[in-house]
Design a protein around this ligand. Structure first.
Ligand code: MV4
Length: 505
């Protein structure tokens, strides 16, 4: 049955709020934005038809306030809520609260969120459906002794994991029996701090693996399809940095097999809407289900760029009760897409968050280039929220073309006023192992050079070359206007601009 809605409240901020608003507008839906005090001038507030304040800067006082969000939906007449990602996107209580308030939650049911949110229940559920999981304990290991018993059965090295967690929190590697006691205590206390739940389980540690995830779409009529894979191995402390689709190690047969297994996992969970099954893929092409993410993911654009399918539009249509418009045979990935996450972090100082006011923002464009951004000149980047500012996605007919295009686009991407990871991404695009597609989840450890500040000599030479090039452009532009170039030593001086661009300001 159809649940028509005409107005959507987007319960998020930044680039993903802008992204969802765009899909809503293209479907002719009215839109409602919500904002914290410091977001009152944000892009998503400007793009929405209506905008409502929901509280002060800390997320706990605003974007996580379920009561305020439901109140604004009522006050604005919004009949549906899109959670974006992060914040309340995978909070089953929010999905339930929307239902209780008679609102359509644009995402899976509370039951599906709960099932996949409990990593143990997720393992049990999909394993019963024939989905391969990493060998490990059958349930939690309530004591260190229980963990030791499992270790004797599956062997070392092993991984202690939090039943209530994902994303690596509460995870500890154990390579020998004498390490188990300390690791167990550390994992349990970290899990308790992060999730309020110290239950642990054990898995065999798989090494030299890739992190491959498969996008699925499930409607409310029993139709489930997959949209191919995303390569997500380039991560730093479980934060993805660069994603791509397809993966250099997945051929058509493997794509077909992993896709079918991802569909089976979604069906086992009674899944509706967009979801992502995460796998580990080892060197022998064996794959193991890790967890299922019950939200639209940050990296969804790489799938959109190779399939031509707008995932947010499909989410909205599914939430309206519409049938999927695509059958599995209609999904044929075309070309290659790479995403670089543009974050406000200093790649040469341990990715320390960088805050401040954006004094200028030049975003790349041109053929095959997409920028999903929440940035604007004058925007204040604060410590209250995730450092993700934008995503740069480049498409090419081949991976090589996508890399060249990404290099070109990154060189056009100038964000002044804070430090960003743009220079880091440029180095990755020049990295032989990345170019060769020869990497795994240990890429960042193995490529530490990518985050070492360039040698003084090299840096000075680079800044000098950039200054000369910039000055030449200034002089050429001035000549074209019949004017003289600005004073090289003034406030907009070449050296100052380039030094800022190189993060030396
Ligand atoms: C693993 C693993 C190897 N063996 N499990 C779990 C959280 C998710 N974000 C990644 N996780 C992993 N689980 C077993 N049994 C490797 C990963 C993993 C990873 C682990 C440490 C550091 C970076 C990583 C990047 C991707 C996957």
């Amino acid at each position: 049955m159809l649940t028509a809605f005409r107005k959507v409240l987007v319960a998020n901020r930044g680039e993903i709020a802008v992204r969802v608003l765009r899909a809503c507008a293209e479907l002719g839906l009215a839109t409602v934005a919500v904002y914290s005090d410091i977001d009152r001038h944000a892009l998503h507030v400007r793009y929405a038809d209506e905008a409502y304040p929901i509280g002060s800067a800390p997320a706990s006082e605003s974007y996580l306030r379920i009561d305020r969000l439901i109140d604004v939906a009522r006050e604005s007449g919004a009949e549906a809520i899109h959670p974006g990602y992060g914040f309340l996107a995978e909070n089953p209580d929010f999905s339930q609260a929307c239902r209780d308030a008679g609102l359509t939650f644009i995402g899976p049911s509370p039951h599906a969120i709960r099932t996949m949110g409990d990593k143990l229940l997720a393992r049990k559920t999909v394993s019963a459906a024939g989905v391969p999981i990493v060998p490990g304990s059958d349930g939690i290991v309530p004591t260190q002794a229980a963990a030791e018993a499992v270790a004797r059965a599956i062997g070392y090295p092993l991984l202690l994991k939090a039943a209530a967690g994902g994303g690596g929190k509460g995870m500890r590697v154990v390579r020998a029996p004498e390490e188990l006691a300390g690791a167990y205590r550390a994992a349990a206390s970290e899990a308790l701090a992060a999730f309020g739940d110290d239950r642990l389980y054990v898995e065999r540690l798989l090494e030299s693996v890739r992190h491959i995830e498969v996008q699925v779409l499930a409607d409310r009529h029993g139709n489930v399809i997959h949209l191919g894979e995303r390569e997500c191995s380039i991560q730093r402390r479980h934060q993805k940095l660069i994603e791509e689709s397809p993966s250099t190690v997945v051929d058509d047969d493997l794509r077909h097999a992993m896709g079918a297994i991802a569909v089976r996992a979604a069906q086992a969970a009674g899944y509706e809407n967009a979801g992502t099954a995460e796998f580990l893929l080892d060197r022998d092409k064996h794959y193991y289900f890790l967890e299922m993410n019950t939200r639209l993911q940050v990296e969804h654009p790489v799938t959109e760029m190779v399939t031509g399918i707008d995932l947010v539009v499909e989410q909205l249509r599914i939430a309206m009760g519409r049938r999927l418009r695509y059958r599995q045979k209609d999904v044929r990935p075309n070309g290659w897409a790479i995403e670089c996450r543009i974050t406000a972090e200093d790649p040469y100082n341990n990715f320390l968050p960088s805050t401040g006011r954006l004094t200028s923002v030049d975003e790349p464009s041109g053929p095959g280039v997409r920028v999903d951004s929440g940035m604007f000149e004058g925007m204040d980047v604060s410590v209250h929220y995730d450092p993700l500012l934008a995503k740069l996605i480049c498409w090419g007919e081949t991976r090589g073309q996508a890399i060249l295009r990404m290099r070109r686009a990154l060189n056009e991407f100038h964000i002044m006023g804070i430090k960003t990871v743009v220079p880091f991404h440029l180095r990755v695009m020049d990295s032989p192992s990345f170019i060769a597609g020869r990497f795994d989840t240990a890429f960042m450890e193995k490529q530490a050079v990518l985050t070492e500040r360039e040698s003084e000599r090299g840096l000075i030479a680079a800044v000098a070359a950039a200054a000369v090039a910039y000055r030449a452009k200034q002089e050429a532009a001035a000549r074209a206007m019949g004017q003289s170039a600005p004073d090289a030593r003034g406030p907009g001086s070449t050296w100052r601009v380039v030094a800022r661009r190189e993060g030396l300001r």
